[in-house]
Design a protein around this ligand. Structure first.
Ligand SMILES: [Fe+2]
Length: 338
């Protein structure tokens, strides 16, 4: 891949971040059909020729709750240790009331870091009093947040839960809507057009994994690295985002959170399913230790270590590298994708 195209690729990956979760943006049937010109072009490689993205996920923070102290330390320590060019939080930022105050507190290391950052909300982020719109508005008010306003974003909001009423009600985790897919295709086509017609290598960040992940596992595909401590829990409804990624040919990685006991990489059908590393404390289940899954009957296994995931892009080189960084700095996994 030539440097120019990679630069654009990185820009899109970042734009995916920069542009935003798009809760109401793409989450409802009113997502814009036309791509937003602000989505790309904000980021570039640094003097060392690299661009580093730091992913936090599932901090499940509750302000004033001592079980959350580990989450705050994890975020602070990783920011100082990684010194990324961009930070993406893939959701379940909070896990209790007061929810807005909790979000402000766990995101405060990001907002005071001077590093641009963005959030794709998780299913729990609208379950403690505030709507997704109110939560998103509060997050966007923080310094350094590069989420665009609703209806202009680029990250996907995999939303909360859904009940489809009918002869037989369906109640499950929410799914990516048609409007979001239309929005994705509009941006994808625009980026390819500006790239001489070639798809621009991209990454998609959201909270809840897609249905194709458990399908891959059921077909015998195994992770190439990382921990597989629980079955994926996607929506039961498949609205076809994976197929769209394949059709457009640009998305090389689907990066999610949601399943705390997983932090693996699983290549499937030309796209890498990648879990972030649980970044929370002890307000919610977690069983990942420094050297693997810790079997336990308890909600949170003793000896677990929170962490984050890092993505590094290098100018002039195709693809990306990714690894998990544990609290304290130890590295686990080292996966390169082309
Ligand atoms: Fe979670």
């Amino acid at each position: 891949m030539k440097r120019r195209s990679f630069l654009k690729g990185a820009a899109v990956a970042v734009a995916g971040a920069a542009a935003a979760p798009v809760l109401s943006a793409c989450s409802r049937a009113d997502a814009p059909a036309e791509p937003d010109s602000r989505v790309a072009g904000k980021f570039s490689f640094g003097p060392g020729g690299t661009f580093t993205v730091l992913q936090f996920t599932d901090t499940h923070y509750i302000a004033g709750d001592p079980r959350s102290e580990r989450a705050l330390r994890c975020v602070q320590e990783a920011l100082e240790g990684v010194k990324p060019d961009l930070v993406i939080h893939t959701g379940d930022v909070v896990f209790g009331r007061p929810d807005i105050e909790s979000a402000m507190e766990i995101l405060s290391p990001l907002s005071s870091s001077g590093i641009p950052w963005a959030v794709a909300l998780g299913n729990h982020d609208s379950q403690f009093g505030s709507t997704r719109e109110d939560m998103f508005k509060a997050i966007r008010s923080l310094p350094g947040c590069v989420n665009l306003p609703p209806k202009n974003g680029v990250l996907f909001d995999s939303m909360d839960a859904v009940i489809l009423k009918g002869e037989e009600d369906i109640h499950c985790y929410d799914y990516i809507r048609h409007s979001q897919i239309a929005w994705y295709r509009a941006h994808s086509e625009r980026f390819a057009r500006e790239n001489g017609g070639a798809p621009v290598p991209s990454m998609a960040f959201f909270h809840i994994p897609l249905c194709e992940l458990p399908e891959a596992l059921a077909a015998g595909v195994q992770p190439v690295c990382g921990n597989n401590g629980e079955p994926p829990c996607p929506s039961r409804l498949n609205s076809g985002l994976f197929a769209q990624f394949r059709e457009m040919g640009d998305v090389k990685a689907i990066v999610t959170g949601h399943d705390h006991d997983c932090d693996y990489v699983l290549p499937y059908g030309g796209i890498n399913f990648i879990y972030g590393r649980f970044s929370g404390g002890d307000t919610i289940y977690n069983h990942l230790g420094p050297d693997g899954y810790i079997p336990s009957d308890t909600h949170t296994a003793p000896g677990t270590v929170s962490g984050c995931r890092v993505f590094r892009f290098t100018a002039g080189e195709p693809g990306f590298r990714t690894w998990v960084r544990l609290y304290g700095g130890e590295i686990r996994q080292d996966f390169s994708a082309v």
